[in-house]
Design a protein around this ligand. Structure first.
Ligand SMILES: [Zn+2]
Length: 236
């Protein structure tokens, strides 16, 4: 199974061969579809067959093993046999919005000190929870810091380190809720140059300027310690 999105988050489509089909969905030998995980929703899109038929994909999920991705067809879609060649195409406008917001949540975790206890990337919005029992957060300040880092247009890139290197640098793990996927020998690090470095397997834009202006919609207290920061893209 080749994860095309991991090497190139901007790949919108790829040729692939169906390897397995069951009640959970369709597996391919390679895919551009990101599976739900790390707070980022799975991709939707379609599988285009050589005879012109299309199979709408409603969601993408991880399978039982780390190298398994399941493309979940929308209900009532036609089936397909293993061995069939398809063109796998994601809903790119939606994915790009998810990439922009996902990258912005990295900036948010760099702006606010404190452990991240949870988070969710949504379509056009996103949030992170911080373990900050005492802190007084300033909505306007957070928003101006985020938009400053966006306007500075920092390069964003991924690289890999070994499990041993990560174990020796626990300060890299800011997110308590989403454990980095160790046990496969190596872990993917996402770096926003000069701003943030942490394990992440999600999809991101290439530069922070691509995020576009954002706003802090709401600060909430979620329980005794959790402070939730809700973001959205600024409407033009
Ligand atoms: Zn990420």
């Amino acid at each position: 199974m080749q994860f095309v999105f991991r090497e190139d988050a901007y790949a919108r489509a790829c040729e692939a061969t169906v390897t397995q089909v069951d009640e959970r969905g369709i597996r391919l030998d390679r895919t551009v579809f990101y599976p739900t995980g790390g707070g980022q929703p799975g991709d939707s899109g379609l599988l285009r067959l050589a005879d012109g038929r299309e199979i709408a994909i409603a969601d993408t999920l991880k399978g039982a093993t780390p190298d398994e991705i399941i493309h979940v067809p929308a209900s009532g879609e036609p089936s397909v046999a293993p061995g069939t060649t398809v063109k796998a195409e994601i809903d790119w406008p939606r994915r790009h919005r998810l990439m922009r917001m996902h990258t912005c949540l990295h900036l948010l975790s760099a702006v606010i000190p404190g452990d991240v206890t949870g988070g969710q990337v949504g379509d056009g919005k996103g949030r992170l929870d911080f373990n900050l029992p005492e802190a007084k957060l300033d909505k306007a300040w957070i928003e101006s810091e985020l938009n400053r880092l966006i306007a500075e247009d920092h390069p964003v890139g991924a690289r890999w380190i070994t499990d041993e290197e990560l174990a020796a640098r626990p300060e890299l793990v800011r997110t308590m809720a989403v454990k980095p996927p160790m046990g496969q020998g190596r872990v993917r690090l996402l770096e926003i140059e000069g701003v943030d470095l942490q394990p992440c397997g999600g999809t991101h834009v290439a530069r922070t300027g691509e995020i576009g202006p954002v706003e802090v919609v709401k600060l909430e207290s979620k329980g005794k310690q959790n402070r939730r920061v809700n973001l959205a893209f600024k409407q033009p």
